[in-house]
Design a protein around this ligand. Sequence first.
Ligand SMILES: [Zn+2]
Length: 221
Amino acid sequence: MEGCIVVLLGPPGSGKGTQGKLLQDMFDWPQISTGDILRDMSKSDTPLGSHIREVQASGNLVSDQVLAQVVRERTSKSDCKEGFILDGYPRTIKQAQDLEQLAREKSKAVRVVAVDVEEEVLFNRLTGRRSCTSCREIYNVYLKPPIREGYCDKCGSALMQREDDKPEVIKNRLEAYRKNTSPLWDYFGSDIIVVDGQNPPEQVFEDIVKQLEEVVAGDNH
Ligand SMILES: [Zn+2]
């Protein structure tokens, strides 16, 4: 398939990380998470690194302008030449516009893929998560229960529910996600490729690839 810039949209628990990984493996385009880059950069001894440290220490979000610069630098590396996959970016209209500008410069198309999952299903997926207190293996009481309830299959230690996975927190996270991304849905509108994230991951992936190929074919007419 022709190289492009894939933007993955999906709420927590939608499995979009898994889809990004599968896309990366299939097309050999790197999956780029701005969160990871910022974490790495904040440890570096550069002006940008120290700027990011300062902003984060003050509890603020890194500005759209700095993020655009971060994305620009990362995607100028040779592994992004064919295409790349963005996870967690863009989050605002301004960021979406910056990305489109970058895409024009690179003569690449931006394809937005949204992994859609019903709220109730997300809620169960997320609140069902348990992790091993010792080896960190992840379980899910609904989707991937341990053989012995409450204990890790691998090492036998007790499983726990992280604070992040408690129902109240999940409810807030899902609400925040909806609120934060609705402008992007309006912005990209009918160009968004929507896939049903309630299907098994392999099927979701097939669907993404098929729809991406259809869009590319459509562009060439
Ligand atoms: Zn364990």
